[in-house]
Design a protein around this ligand. Sequence first.
Ligand code: 8YV
Length: 332
Amino acid sequence: MSQKPAIFIARKVFPEVVAHLGHHFQVDMNESDEVLPPAELIARLQGKQGALTTGSERVDAALLAACPQLKIAANIAVGFNNFDVPAMTAAGVLATNTPDVLTETTADFGFALVMATARRVTESEHFLRAGQWNKWSLDMFAGAEVHGSTLGILGMGRIGQAIARRGAHGFGMKVIYHNRSRLDAALEAECKASYVDKATLLAQADHLILVLPYSASSHHAIGAAEIAQMKPTATLINIARGGIVDDAALAVALRERRIAAAGLDVFEGEPKVHPDLLTVPNVVLTPHIASATIPTRKAMAMLAADNVIAYLTQGRPVTPLNAEIIGAGARA
Ligand code: 8YV
């Protein structure tokens, strides 16, 4: 009997996902769950045909050259800015991500941050825990209105649309959005969202939420100049990727109250957080947990596993990013 192909799981995943993969492959997993330095990742990938990765592992030309047996890297994330997709395509290595399974969960969390930020939930909790609450006052932690306000969405993919539906249908918000391409009329009507240019979005949003992918062109899409165009009463929410916001400029703007508040789930250089963000009170900070429910994280890991199984056993991945390599362009 021929040996099963070998694969590597770069971070610890749920036992049922390991078992599922084990039916088809010899499975090696990074049990420590520490982020492996590139050289160690390369060492662990020797002889492996497939890898399950997360946003913490970079798959680039150097890794691909050093791992000649690798045929697929399946990201356990919808975002894939940790992949150099052109280098993967050139090397004939398949890239996959996990769209759809996290859309509604991530949109829920976007709204959690809108609510927590506008209504000053964590700031007031810190105050209470610190024993500072000794009387009630009319304006105590008075925040911004959510229902009936204007929700601005930058990036109108699946998650942006799910946020728009929540805002329009659940909270009676006016929803405006800006995106590289405009949605078709039927989808705009269903989301009750109106397309505007970026300057209008910045000027009119009471709550601006970022849901666009990170790339060289979205680096610092929100910096000091953009923040200056926002209302002083506005809130800014980033559930997309670190680097889309200039965190240093945001910290200054929050300290000087150029905008009211921010809610951030992602950071430039995370898991490090800009020290100035840690000292301003009007920011809600969470450690990249927008998709973190047990069912969704299991679904994401399972979809990544299914991509590896489907590609290595039948050549037909579920959610490929560079399907054009399949066939003649793929590593043998
Ligand atoms: C992931 C995310 O959990 O899917 C994404 O793009 O940002 C999160 O859902 C994280 O990137 C770990 O891979």
